[in-house]
Design a protein. Sequence first.
Length: 402
Amino acid sequence: MPFIQQKKLASSYLTRRLSHTFVVTSLTLSIVLGSLGNSHAAENLPNTGGVMATLNSEQEDFRLVRLTQGLKNPWGMVFLPDQSLLITERGGQFFLYRAGHLEKISLPALPDLHVRGQGGLLDVTLHPDFSTNHWIYFTYSHSLASGSTTAVARGRLEQNRLQDLQTVFIAKTDSSASHHYGSRLLFDRKGYLFVTIGDRGNRDSAQRLDLHAGKVLRLTGEGNAPPDNPFVNTKDALAEIFSYGHRNPQGLALDPDTDELWLSEHGPKGGDEINRLIAGANYGWPIITYGEEYSGGSIGDTEQPDMQQPQHQWTPSIAPAGITFYNGAAFPNWQGDLFTAALKFKMLVRQRYTPEGRVSEEEQLIPHRIGRIRDISQGPDGLIYLITDENKGGLYRLEPAP
Ligand SMILES: [Ca+2]
């Protein structure tokens, strides 16, 4: 099968601009080549699970395995201590993948769930003390009289029932749009809850400290602002804000070696970004961006002295969603690498960063094989799990090649 499985994007980055040009050329080439032999690959796949392919890549050979294709637009997932996998569907349903089967979670109707456009039930994570308190936390788009906004709720997961639902935080935004909710969430090792909020389609909101749109938030488990947040003493600023100037961040990961938070965000036309988060920092949108208007034409500059540069940017866009750092034993040659799920080109991107935060390796894995990849998670078994945001969305696993 004439399939361009891994296209090396760049092996060394001399300057940002040089690498930018190289990525454009290489990505375009791989898309053209990939589409020639592969555009209908997904439609031709059998509907049963099992090994789909054994594939080679720069550092590891692996098998791509489909576990199930019974999910409708899955968005987020998290492993429970018993190694079952909790998955959200954007339409408002939770499932547990356990012992090779999907089990539906029963729950009361979610209050004010706004299932429209990019909205619905979105990401999910566990409270650090889940083993004793059974709290799961999730994000969703919450209906308002004037549209909708991103909200955080929690509930207790007991067996296959979710109960005691509480909305703990409702983001203050000012948009009637049904897109750019952002919406990844995770607890850091200190027990603070980080939540990403998109600009809700109002790009200037990302620079306004009196709105939660276009921000990363840092909350307590009760949904309040911790007293050491960066803007608690800033007049007219919302105390929940951790960083700002983000467009639509749909990926968030903790670097297990440094405890730093890394984030992916969708740019406009081009200019998708990977950012390393610093408390109080401005990530520039829409004043600086490497993207441009969908209709063509510039949006802003690419640099400003008081704004953070991305660690990496993709032009053309790959539509990055979930990200994770790999530190498992199953793929020893991938340890420390950042994996990014991409909706566009339906691929997984592996990147290796130097200690200074520059990309030293980058390759595409499984482009156009399984659909729009929305999220990625490392399992307790050290294997890599993916979900695809499709009407017949699937759960897939990367395993070492035998
Ligand atoms: Ca930026």
